[in-house]
Design a protein around this ligand. Structure first.
Ligand code: PLP
Length: 429
């Protein structure tokens, strides 16, 4: 089939706008008549810096990122950020804890606290107080929490909420905020805003984590790999937001981090961390280092930044009201598909609870045929593929059907899927 005969609902990498790909394909051979393709230009060139800076600017504009935030382009994917968030925010926690300790000691001007005493006090603080909080609401936040345990030791990881405990051992619901067991002054509270595998999305920013403006405000970190650019987010409530480009922004190869600048100020203290028995992260995951070098500490795929930049330009042209415009369409598409599923309760079962349904990854089971769920899903998928609706198979760990409804799925594509869902249930594909 040709591109325009297919609507691909795969979970990522996802569809990119054809016009962006066509321009990018040309630039891959000869960028702006320079005689060199974009992937051949140096990441130290003016061309590269220009592309990088305008992608940053457009992202900030589209999402209204405040001035006291920095935007980083990194490598290592969303999974790399599971580790990066731990390394960087534990470092911040240690630096701040040390500062607090020195303040409490009330030292006279010029007076130094003996190094070994300081170390002893800090060790006590780490052993007794250092916690990293996770809200485990699906496969990806679970993975992130496991990585934190692997890097820092499980004794430092606090699963503040585990969604399986309120939903018969399965993901599909977000536990009530009042039941979250948050630590006192954790290095971060981490959550995944949209769980791609399980089809669970936070309806909005958790009330309990809203900042009050004091020193004790929680450090909130969110993985937005699969729902970024699809709705307005209160950026100022977050310390770090990260996402791989490959679903709603661009091509696989770059990962974006939006980080509060004040967090970059903590001095990297590898020697102290080692003495305290804590892991020291690789330099390529160090936010301070990446920020200081405007994301060009080492060779970055400028081609992938370019694609992301082109997508952002298109979004800004299409939506004068920026992300609010995209949000209206994303919500409408999701509503259409869920409504079609709900109309035929004998044929479909939507997996997550209504209160936590994802607008981006719509997960359901097909129970249409008397011969069983496997048969039903096989015939559902086959019929869909015959009509050019592809990529609908659920994640291998959970099975079922998953329609990934990212930004590049057009309203028409969503309508086609909704129509197919209805027709299939009526038994007349
Ligand atoms: N976080 C979420 C929500 C994801 O959906 C994924 C991948 O699909 C990841 C993290 C991991 O991203 P990556 O494959 O870029 O490491």
């Amino acid at each position: 089939p040709t591109r325009d005969q297919v609507t691909y609902f795969g979970a990522g990498p996802a569809l990119l706008p054809t016009s962006v790909l066509e321009t990018a394909a040309k630039s891959l051979v000869n960028y702006n008549d320079t005689g060199l393709g974009l992937a051949e230009h140096s990441h130290r060139s003016e061309i590269a810096t220009g592309i990088l800076n305008s992608a940053k600017e457009d992202l900030a504009k589209y999402l209204d990122v405040p001035d006291d935030y920095e935007i980083l382009f990194m490598q290592g994917g969303g999974s790399g950020e599971f580790s990066a968030t731990v390394y960087n925010l534990v470092n911040v926690w240690v630096a701040r804890r040390k500062e607090k300790l020195l303040k409490e000691l009330n030292l006279a001007e010029g007076e130094e606290f003996p190094e070994d005493e300081l170390l002893k006090e800090m060790q006590k603080a780490v052993d007794e107080e250092l916690k990293i909080d996770y809200l485990v609401t699906g496969s990806w936040s679970l993975k992130a929490s496991q990585e934190a345990s692997r890097l820092m030791g499980f004794e430092h990881v606090n699963v503040a909420a585990d969604a399986r405990q309120v939903n018969d051992g399965k993901f599909g619901k977000i536990p009530e905020e009042s039941t979250w067991k948050l630590s006192k002054n954790p290095a971060m509270v981490y959550y995944c805003d949209n769980e791609t595998v399980d089809g669970v999305e936070f309806p909005g920013f958790p009330k309990i984590l809203e900042p009050k403006g004091g020193d004790d405000d929680p450090i909130v970190v969110a993985d937005m790999s699969s729902n970024i650019l699809s709705r307005r987010i209160p950026v100022k409530n977050f310390s770090v937001i990260f996402f791989g480009a490959q679903k709603n922004l661009g091509s696989t190869g770059v990962t974006v981090v939006i980080i509060k600048k004040s967090l970059l100020a903590a001095p990297p203290a590898p020697a102290l961390l080692r003495k305290l028995g804590l892991s020291v992260g690789p330099i390529v995951l160090d936010y301070g280092t990446i920020a200081k070098n405007n994301s060009l500490y080492n060779t970055l795929s400028i081609f992938d930044v370019y694609i992301a930049g082109q997508v952002l330009k298109k979004l800004l042209e299409t939506f004068p009201d920026k992300v609010d415009g995209q949000q209206k369409i994303a919500d409408k598409k999701a509503k259409l598909i869920y409504a079609a599923l709900e109309k035929y309760p004998d044929s479909y079962k939507i997996v997550p609870d209504k209160s936590a349904r994802s607008r981006m990854n719509i997960c359901f089971r097909v129970t249409h045929l008397a011969s069983g769920i496997d048969d039903s899903e096989r015939t559902f998928l086959k019929g869909a593929t015959d009509q050019g609706l592809t990529g609908l198979k659920g994640h291998r760990s959970v099975g079922g059907i998953r329609a990934s409804n990212y930004n590049s799925i057009s309203l028409k594509g969503a309508e086609q899927l909704a129509k197919y869902i209805e027709k299939y249930a009526q038994g007349s594909k």
